[in-house]
Design a protein around this ligand. Structure first.
Ligand code: ZN
Length: 457
C-alpha cells in the first residue's frame, strides 16, 4: 500500500505553493548560525522569530544571561489539544570547507538534493513544519489544534542553558504531547519513530603523578601517572564489557515485551554495519534482534580519549607527569547521571584510587516514552495510516538529545521523534555536503499536515 493522497483544500494549497517549503529552507540555510563559533546566532534568532510571526504565531524570547534566546511561539487552533514542538536553529561548524562541493551557506541543488549546512539538521524540519502550518491555516482558516513551538540556539553544543532557560516556564510548555526533533523514512519507505534517547555522562579522569616529566631511568623510584590511570581504568570494566562500578546497573529497566517485539520487527542492518566498521562479528557474537536489544537496553562505559606521555614518531624515553582520559557513559532509564558520578567516585576510592580527579563535563538523563502511552500509540497509528506501512519503532537510540532530560524533569510531557523531518540515512548531517532530498522535504510537509490535522482524533 502506498501513501494516501490528500484530496482537498490542503492538497490544493500544497500544489499551488509547491515551491514554499524549499524557499523557506533556503532562506533559513543562507543565514549561518554556528553555535560553537558564535557566528550568526543573533540574526538567526531574528529570522526564526520573524518566520513564526508571519505564520501566525505569537512569540516571545526565553533568555538567560550569556545564552542565545530560545524562540517560543504559540498558535491557538480550534481545539485546546496542544502539541509542543522542539527544534534548534543552530548548526554544526562547516569545516573542513575544502570538502564542500558548493559553499555551505549557499543552498545549491544537485540531482534533486538541496545542499547546505543545516538542511537536514535541523532547518529542514523547521521549514517542513512552517510550510504545513501555513497550508492548514490557508486551507481551513485556522489550525485544528493548538501548537507551542520552542526553537533553541545551542543544541549542537549540548544545550548547556536549556534547563536554566525553561525552568521558570514549565507552565508555558504544558502540552498533551511533544514532538522532538524528528525522524524520517527508511529505504523501503517505512516511517521511522524513536521513543527515547540514552542519557549522557561525560567525564575526565586526571592523574597528577610528579611535578614534571622525568627521564624514564627514574621509573624505578618515581610514581607513574600513566600506569595509575590505566590501572584505574581497568577497574571500571571487565574485558567482556561489564561495568564494574558498584551499583551501576541497579536502576536499569529491562525492555518490555512490546519493546522487544518492536525491535524484532526492525530491518536487519547487521551486514551493513559489519561492512562499515570492517568487522567479522559483534561483541559476544550477537546478531539480529538480540544485538539490537543489547543496543537499546544496555548502558555503556566508553573510553573516548586517552592522553599521556610521548605519542609522536620514534623514541622518547620519558616518564610522564600527567595522564588524562575522557569517558562517556550512555545511560538508560532509570539511571541518573549524578548518581552514577557518585558511584564512580566511591568505586575509585574503595579501590585506593581516591587521588584521581573526576571532572564532570556533561550530564543529561535518559528519556523513554512507553510504546503503549496513548500519545505514542496515536502517532504510531497516524504514521501507518499516512504511509500504508507499519512504522519501524526504536524504543531508545544510542545517542542523546541533551534537552530531553531537562524537559522530562521540568515539564514531563510524553514525547517522541515522528517522521516529519526530511532526513534520510545518507544526509551527511554534521559533515561536509550536508543535504536533503527535495522529495523528502515535500513528504515531510504532507506528513506534518496529516499529523497536525488528525492527532486530536
Ligand atoms: Zn539536530
Amino acid at each position: 500500500m502506498e501513501e494516501q493522497p490528500m484530496t482537498d483544500a490542503v492538497q490544493a494549497y500544497l500544489e499551488t505553493h509547491a515551491g514554499e517549503p524549499r524557499a523557506l529552507l533556503e532562506q533559513l540555510c543562507r543565514q549561518p548560525s554556528i553555535a560553537a563559533q558564535g557566528i550568526g546566532i543573533a540574526a538567526m534568532a531574528d529570522l526564526v522569530e520573524g518566520l513564526l510571526r508571519e505564520t501566525g504565531f505569537t512569540t516571545q524570547r526565553l533568555t538567560v544571561p550569556d545564552a542565545p534566546p530560545l524562540i517560543f511561539g504559540e498558535l491557538r487552533g480550534r481545539s485546546p489539544y496542544t502539541l509542543l514542538l522542539y527544534d534548534h536553529y543552530d548548526v554544526q561548524p562547516p569545516e573542513p570547507l575544502e570538502l564542500w562541493q558548493s559553499p555551505p551557506f549557499e543552498p545549491t541543488e544537485r540531482d534533486g538534493k538541496l545542499y547546505a549546512r543545516g538542511t537536514s539538521d535541523d532547518k529542514g524540519e523547521i521549514a517542513a513544519r512552517l510550510a504545513a502550518i501555513r497550508a492548514l491555516r490557508a486551507a481551513e482558516g485556522e489550525l485544528p489544534i493548538t501548537l507551542k513551538w520552542m526553537i533553541e540556539g545551542e543544541e549542537e553544543i549540548g544545550s548547556p542553558h536549556f534547563e536554566e532557560i525553561i525552568a521558570p516556564h514549565a507552565d508555558l510548555l504544558r502540552a498533551d504531547g511533544c514532538l522532538w526533533e524528528g525522524s524520517g523514512f527508511d529505504p523501503s519507505g517505512r516511517p521511522n519513530m524513536v521513543m527515547g534517547t540514552k542519557g549522557l555522562l561525560y567525564i575526565e579522569l586526571e592523574v597528577d603523578g610528579i611535578a614534571r616529566d622525568a627521564h624514564s631511568g627514574m621509573a624505578t623510584i618515581l610514581p607513574s601517572a600513566a600506569w595509575r590511570l590505566v590501572q584505574a581504568l581497568a577497574l571500571l570494566r571487565t574485558p567482556a564489557g561489564d561495568v564494574r562500578i558498584g551499583g551501576f546497573y541497579d536502576d536499569v529497566l529491562a525492555l518490555t515485551e512490546a519493546e522487544k517485539a518492536a525491535i524484532a520487527a526492525q530491518d536487519d542492518m547487521d551486514d551493513e554495519l559489519k561492512s562499515i566498521y570492517g568487522i567479522e562479528r559483534f561483541v559476544d557474537g550477537l546478531e539480529g534482534a538480540k544485538l539490537r536489544e543489547r543496543g537499546n537496553a544496555m548502558p555503556t562505559c566508553n573510553i573516548a580519549g586517552l592522553l599521556s606521555g610521548y605519542t609522536a614518531a620514534g623514541v622518547k624515553t620519558v616518564l610522564p607527569a600527567h595522564a588524562m582520559a575522557k569517558l562517556d557513559f550512555r545511560l538508560v532509564p532509570d539511571q541518573d547521571p549524578h548518581d552514577i558520578v557518585a558511584k564512580l567516585r566511591r568505586h575509585l576510592e574503595a579501590n585506593g584510587f581516591g587521588d584521581i580527579r573526576v571532572n564532570v563535563l556533561g550530564a543529561s538523563g535518559p528519556v523513554k516514552t512507553p510504546l503503549d502511552d496513548p500519545f505514542a500509540a496515536r502517532v504510531t497509528a497516524l504514521a501507518e495510516q499516512f504511509s500504508g506501512r507499519p512504522p519501524s519503532i526504536t524504543p531508545i537510540t544510542g545517542g542523546t538529545l541533551p534537552f530531553l532530560g531537562a524537559l522530562r524533569k521540568l515539564v514531563n510531557v510524553p514525547g517522541l521523534s515522528a517522521p516529519g523531518d526530511p532526513v534520510y540515512w545518507a544526509n551527511g548531517a554534521h559533515s561536509p555536503n550536508e543535504h536533503v532530498r527535495l522529495e523528502d522535504l515535500d513528504r515531510a510537509v504532507r506528513f506534518n499536515c496529516h499529523l497536525f490535522r488528525n492527532i486530536a482524533g
